[in-house]
Write a protein that binds this ligand. Structure first.
Ligand SMILES: [Zn+2]
Length: 138
Protein backbone atom coordinates (compact mmCIF):
# COMPACT_ATOMS: atom_id res chain seq x y z
CA UNK A 1 0.00 0.00 0.00
CA UNK A 2 1.21 3.48 -0.90
CA UNK A 3 0.18 6.51 1.15
CA UNK A 4 -0.06 10.07 -0.11
CA UNK A 5 -0.45 13.22 1.92
CA UNK A 6 -3.67 15.09 1.27
CA UNK A 7 -1.81 18.24 0.21
CA UNK A 8 0.29 16.29 -2.26
CA UNK A 9 -2.88 14.69 -3.67
CA UNK A 10 -4.54 18.10 -4.10
CA UNK A 11 -1.38 19.43 -5.70
CA UNK A 12 -1.19 16.79 -8.43
CA UNK A 13 -4.93 16.99 -9.18
CA UNK A 14 -4.69 20.78 -9.56
CA UNK A 15 -1.45 20.64 -11.55
CA UNK A 16 -3.02 18.13 -13.95
CA UNK A 17 -6.10 20.34 -14.42
CA UNK A 18 -3.99 23.43 -15.01
CA UNK A 19 -1.69 21.68 -17.49
CA UNK A 20 -4.50 19.99 -19.46
CA UNK A 21 -4.53 19.25 -22.40
CA UNK A 22 -0.79 18.90 -21.98
CA UNK A 23 0.76 16.42 -19.55
CA UNK A 24 1.90 17.40 -16.10
CA UNK A 25 5.11 15.70 -14.95
CA UNK A 26 6.74 15.62 -11.55
CA UNK A 27 8.86 13.57 -9.22
CA UNK A 28 7.62 12.09 -5.95
CA UNK A 29 9.48 12.75 -2.77
CA UNK A 30 9.00 11.03 0.57
CA UNK A 31 9.60 7.92 2.63
CA UNK A 32 9.60 4.39 1.25
CA UNK A 33 5.80 4.14 1.02
CA UNK A 34 4.64 7.70 1.73
CA UNK A 35 4.40 10.41 -0.90
CA UNK A 36 5.15 13.60 0.97
CA UNK A 37 5.56 16.16 -1.78
CA UNK A 38 5.94 16.71 -5.49
CA UNK A 39 8.89 18.20 -7.35
CA UNK A 40 7.89 19.86 -10.59
CA UNK A 41 9.99 19.10 -13.61
CA UNK A 42 10.43 22.07 -15.93
CA UNK A 43 8.64 21.49 -19.22
CA UNK A 44 11.72 22.59 -21.09
CA UNK A 45 13.36 19.28 -20.15
CA UNK A 46 10.59 17.26 -21.75
CA UNK A 47 8.97 18.85 -24.74
CA UNK A 48 5.25 18.52 -25.34
CA UNK A 49 4.77 14.80 -25.04
CA UNK A 50 5.82 12.49 -22.26
CA UNK A 51 6.35 9.68 -24.75
CA UNK A 52 9.26 11.49 -26.39
CA UNK A 53 11.12 12.04 -23.15
CA UNK A 54 14.78 11.21 -23.07
CA UNK A 55 15.39 11.40 -19.37
CA UNK A 56 18.86 10.07 -18.63
CA UNK A 57 19.38 11.97 -15.43
CA UNK A 58 18.89 9.85 -12.36
CA UNK A 59 17.77 11.76 -9.32
CA UNK A 60 20.63 12.47 -6.96
CA UNK A 61 18.25 13.08 -4.10
CA UNK A 62 17.62 9.77 -2.28
CA UNK A 63 14.22 11.00 -1.10
CA UNK A 64 13.00 10.80 -4.71
CA UNK A 65 10.87 7.66 -4.77
CA UNK A 66 9.20 7.83 -8.16
CA UNK A 67 7.26 9.90 -10.65
CA UNK A 68 3.86 11.34 -11.43
CA UNK A 69 2.34 12.40 -14.73
CA UNK A 70 -1.08 13.09 -16.15
CA UNK A 71 -2.75 11.71 -19.26
CA UNK A 72 -5.01 14.05 -21.24
CA UNK A 73 -7.46 11.14 -21.67
CA UNK A 74 -9.72 8.83 -19.68
CA UNK A 75 -7.01 6.17 -19.46
CA UNK A 76 -4.34 5.84 -16.83
CA UNK A 77 -2.77 2.75 -18.39
CA UNK A 78 1.01 3.17 -18.72
CA UNK A 79 2.39 3.32 -22.27
CA UNK A 80 5.52 1.40 -23.26
CA UNK A 81 7.46 4.65 -22.90
CA UNK A 82 5.96 5.12 -19.44
CA UNK A 83 7.10 1.63 -18.40
CA UNK A 84 10.64 2.28 -19.61
CA UNK A 85 10.61 5.54 -17.67
CA UNK A 86 9.26 3.83 -14.54
CA UNK A 87 12.18 1.42 -14.44
CA UNK A 88 14.64 4.32 -14.45
CA UNK A 89 12.91 6.66 -12.05
CA UNK A 90 12.17 4.92 -8.77
CA UNK A 91 9.63 2.44 -7.47
CA UNK A 92 6.32 4.31 -7.14
CA UNK A 93 4.65 5.88 -10.16
CA UNK A 94 1.36 7.71 -10.43
CA UNK A 95 -0.66 8.34 -13.58
CA UNK A 96 -3.65 10.66 -13.50
CA UNK A 97 -6.50 10.50 -15.98
CA UNK A 98 -8.96 13.16 -17.04
CA UNK A 99 -10.94 14.79 -15.35
CA UNK A 100 -8.50 14.70 -12.37
CA UNK A 101 -11.30 15.04 -9.81
CA UNK A 102 -10.24 12.68 -7.04
CA UNK A 103 -8.05 9.78 -6.01
CA UNK A 104 -10.28 7.62 -8.26
CA UNK A 105 -8.61 9.30 -11.24
CA UNK A 106 -5.15 8.19 -10.10
CA UNK A 107 -3.49 4.83 -10.72
CA UNK A 108 -0.38 3.80 -8.79
CA UNK A 109 2.21 1.43 -10.24
CA UNK A 110 5.43 -0.18 -9.15
CA UNK A 111 8.50 0.00 -11.39
CA UNK A 112 7.26 -2.99 -13.42
CA UNK A 113 3.84 -1.50 -14.10
CA UNK A 114 1.89 -3.53 -11.52
CA UNK A 115 -0.96 -1.67 -9.82
CA UNK A 116 -0.55 -0.74 -6.15
CA UNK A 117 -3.32 0.47 -3.82
CA UNK A 118 -3.14 4.19 -2.98
CA UNK A 119 -4.64 5.78 0.12
CA UNK A 120 -4.61 9.25 1.59
CA UNK A 121 -2.37 9.26 4.66
CA UNK A 122 -4.70 11.42 6.73
CA UNK A 123 -7.56 9.00 6.07
CA UNK A 124 -5.54 5.98 7.19
CA UNK A 125 -3.48 7.18 10.11
CA UNK A 126 -4.64 9.83 12.47
CA UNK A 127 -1.52 11.93 12.75
CA UNK A 128 -1.61 15.41 14.16
CA UNK A 129 0.25 17.38 11.52
CA UNK A 130 1.99 19.66 13.97
CA UNK A 131 3.39 16.71 15.87
CA UNK A 132 4.92 15.13 12.79
CA UNK A 133 8.51 16.40 12.42
CA UNK A 134 8.64 15.17 8.83
CA UNK A 135 5.67 17.28 7.80
CA UNK A 136 6.93 19.54 4.99
CA UNK A 137 3.69 21.56 4.82
CA UNK A 138 3.99 23.44 8.12
ZN1 LIG B 1 1.88 8.20 -19.68
Amino acid sequence: MVLIRKNALKFILNASKRTYPREFIGLLRGGPDIIEEILLIPRSLFGDNFSVIEFNMKPIDPSIIGSVHSHPSHSYEPSDADLRFFRKMGFIHLILKYPYQSIEDIATYDMNGNRLPLHVLEDVVNIKKDDDPRNPWK
